[in-house]
Design a protein around this ligand. Structure first.
Ligand SMILES: [Zn+2]
Length: 123
């Protein structure tokens, strides 16, 4: 970012840092709402997410993938192996003789266009 600004405005790297610090200080003192929004975004560029964050991100994506594509699931009532019966993650348990939906009790239960969810999360 600093190098890009330096190149674009034709000023030295040191000059960019100096202006950056001055502008950040003005925002921090006089425009706290703007600063609170801006500051974490500046940091983000230099900080790789910690392993724990990457791990949770991978788990979340795996869960979305499973919702979209898994053809089998274990019944939460009796543990029986069940087959998918719908494009939505709905399954039918022959043991309990009733259906269940993996989206039930999740905030996604009333959301549609499931094939877009993974792409949305990647944005
Ligand atoms: Zn069952």
């Amino acid at each position: 970012m600093t190098a890009k600004i330096s190149e674009r405005l034709n000023i030295s790297i040191a000059g960019v840092y100096h202006r950056d610090n001055v502008i950040a200080e003005i925002m921090r003192v006089d425009y706290p709402t703007l600063y609170a929004w801006w500051f974490p975004r500046q940091q983000r560029e230099f900080v790789e997410p910690p392993d724990k964050v990457n791990q949770q991100c991978a788990q979340f994506k795996a869960w979305l993938h499973e919702l979209e594509f898994s053809q089998t699931a274990d019944c939460s009532e009796c543990g029986q192996y069940c087959y998918r019966i719908h494009a939505r993650p709905q399954f039918y348990c022959t043991g309990c003789q009733q259906g269940f939906n993996l989206l039930a009790n999740t905030p996604l239960r009333k959301h549609y266009h499931m094939p877009l969810w993974s792409s949305y999360v990647d944005c």
